[in-house]
Ligand binder design. Sequence first.
Ligand SMILES: [Fe+2]
Ligand SMILES: [Fe+2]
Length: 309
Amino acid sequence: MACAEGEHVLRELEPSVERLLERHLAFAQDWLPHQFVPWSAAQDFDGPLGGAAWELHQSALPRAVQDALVINLLTEDNLPSYHFEIATRLRRDGAWGAWVHRWTAEEDRHAGALRAFIHARRAVDPVALERLRMNHMATGWSAGWLSPLHCLAYVTVQELATRQAHRNTGALCGDRVGEALMARIAADENLHMLFYRGLYHDALQAFPDEAMAALADVLCGFEMPGTAIAGFRARAARVAAAGIFNLDIHHEHVVLPLLRALGVMEMPALGPAGQQAQSRIGLHVEALQTRAARARDVYARMNADGTHQ
Ligand SMILES: [Fe+2]
Ligand SMILES: [Fe+2]
């Protein structure tokens, strides 16, 4: 889609942004990150304060939960890149700007709270974590989308996937405080998803063929933004085998609910490009199901070997 058409999309959707932002602000609960950190469990580290260096045995969290926390945190850490991508592809003024800045302010709580929790619990090696963060943020992130519709389709899928990742990491962490913190973050991601999904619903009504095509492009090539993290594949495999986030979850709890909520497969009155995109999505869902079933066998073998622990 050319720039002029992108401008047209942004203008047409601006009233929806205004309405959905109002709804978001009515539902969003203010919360205070510092209240979700177990400060009394914390201890000084080595270095200028002369405390104790981190040691492997200090983490009480299962290995896969540690991996998930590292992926989730580093993914949140790259917020400056996401802000840049979204603000430059959408807009920084009017209702769009109000949303982008509000969203950024809410997202900024996530990395801060997760890192404080991790350090207070000595959940992962803080030196390795900081090196990973420097490396990951210095690499930056770009989705490579071309149009505002691609951008909106991506964030709709990504917010829902991230909600599942935080929620499931919390549920398996075996730590009451950690579970409460991650449930709190997941609730934010849920509201972000509802905002973007509502906007995408309106985009499908206003630009059925273009929005269907952008959704097909995004779903067929979808990757979480953390894939560039050093050692991602090995960590993601352990996270998948533990049932925190894997292809089954992506299929059943991300892709299918979104398609259902947006009425994607039942959308009438599409032109040839929209129909073609709709069948691409149908084929992608079938392929995803097959890949998920195959992956399930791999996870079962990993769990039997204990290779993810
Ligand atoms: Fe977040
Ligand atoms: Fe979010």
